[in-house]
Design a protein around this ligand. Sequence first.
Ligand code: IP8
Length: 271
Amino acid sequence: MKGLGLSELKPTVLKIGGSVITDKSKELEVRMQAINRLAQEIRDANIPNLVIVHGGGSFGHPLAQQYAIKEGVKEEVQRVGFSETHHVMTVLNGLFMDALIWRNVPAVSITPSSCIITKNGRIQCFEDAPLKMLLKMGFLPVLYGDAVLDTKLGFTILSGDQLVSVIATKFNAERIIIGVDVDGLYDADPKVEKKAKMFKHLTLEELKELQSKLDKSAACDVTGGMFGKIAELLSATKHGIPVTIVNATKPNYVHKVLKGKKVKGTLIEKE
Ligand code: IP8
């Protein structure tokens, strides 16, 4: 095991969006069927050096919004709000972990709030030795968007997307796969705009251009919805890590992408 550096692991970083594994229209509503199906797809794909990050959906976001956790420490009542937000994320993570481990996947959960501190919302310190060692030993580390401590704000919300981008860059990932509840990246919100056009392929330059056009607003998503996603993906793309965005609500899409097969979606590459 000695001598195997971070960059040699070349992991695949898979993000499963909160809108895939929860119903965002109802608070604390898990989509257990989707979690079980995805766990099965991940098990069947059986690819080495995989890291999973999942989002908050109807678990983390409503509480984070209710207590304004992202904005940092302002009033006493937020303290229990921080605990609640973090706690519901551990509950959602537990359900995902159950589904993986019952299928004999050697998944191990890593709690972001215990190993990451941000500064003004950006990851400043990340104790990644356990993550690195888990990967080296053939485990499947699972992380998630979380309520974390922040050296400027006191606390804040760390999005799963920032986590994906930082892990992928730090560990020199081979690729990033983002599982969402739409077919890919569009020039407008496809749930609102019937005529929204999906991109099959985007370069870094095109992605930057798209970012300046997209609407920042997103219902009950404190980390910025698709806009926030693009902003985070930009830095990984700059490092030359290809990003595939696929619809994880559709059976077998995640499985196929993990296996390197072509499915409908958006591929983002540096050039
Ligand atoms: O859904 C945010 O993670 P995301 C997690 O990946 C919380 O943006 C706690 C709201």
